[in-house]
Ligand binder design. Structure first.
Ligand SMILES: [Zn+2]
Length: 49
């Protein structure tokens, strides 16, 4: 059990952690899962890493 909010990854532009709630779209690319999420700091869609 964890009380931590799940994190998708960090923004490639500003290194801010992007919470799962910011997920915009999720898709398959070359056999792996890729997501687009909105960075809370940049306020832009980014690929969390
Ligand atoms: Zn950012």
């Amino acid at each position: 059990m964890s009380s931590e909010q799940s994190i998708l990854g960090t923004c490639p532009a500003c290194d801010t952690e992007i919470p799962a709630g910011m997920l915009l779209i999720e898709y398959e690319k070359d056999d792996h899962r890729a997501v687009y999420a909105e960075c809370p700091l940049c306020e832009d869609p980014v690929h969390p890493r």
